[in-house]
Design a protein around this ligand. Sequence first.
Ligand code: CTP
Ligand code: MG
Length: 238
Amino acid sequence: MTSQADMQPTRKRIAVVLAAGSGRRMGGETPKQFLPLGGRTVLEHAVEAFTHHPAIDEVVIVGPAEHLTDIRRMAERNAWLKVSHIVPGGRERHESTLAALRLYEDTDVDLLFHDAARPLVSASVITRVAEALLEHEVVATALPVVDTIIESTDGRVTAYPDRSALRRMQTPQGFRRSVLRHAYALALADPSFRTTDDCGVVFRYLPGTPVHLVDGDERNMKLTYPEDIPLLERFLET
Ligand code: CTP
Ligand code: MG
């Protein structure tokens, strides 16, 4: 185990909370990151996990353009001194990642990207990612798979991948800034580029760069559907 002294960053560690989605699967008027969970919003839970963490130097919040004023007020109300930027995101998640990445051009920092929709990220998960970034350029959080996962096309099973090799990806995902920037430069030149997470961009466009895995956490689930709310509430109580 690395001691707190060893965790002193050689590079600044920036947490980026991605909160610019519209929550289509959740439905409703208010994007899911602004819904209440145990007395505060989902976004507040996610941001505070990072503002309270000693390994994090700065926090960036990427939000929907039409909600930036609300987020600024939220930051003032909570006296979030570590929040350095509140910026508008894009239509796709990776465009929101790029909005944060642009703030740190030509700087040698580590970036930890986190879904605002994962309000219960624990300090220990953040510590694991921050520690792993001392040694590795790209770090992801993942959990084993309990269900049998199959591949299918046109309603028919096409493959039974070996479950012991499968993992569920979570966030935070951590990167040396220059590596992620390089991966995105290649991705943006590819007309068929699509992704749902940032590690996938490195995996596809910089195949020589290992994506190191650390353990995620069941509580760090993503709010996706309305039925996830009671589960999150139960986790919050325990
Ligand atoms: N996100 C973002 N910018 C986008 C899309 C997503 O910052 N253009 C953020 C979301 O706010 C969320 C996280 O990325 O915190 C994970 O995305 P997801 O769960 O897919 O959220 P939404 O895209 O909002 O939901 P949906 O896909 O159901 O519309
Ligand atoms: Mg989405």
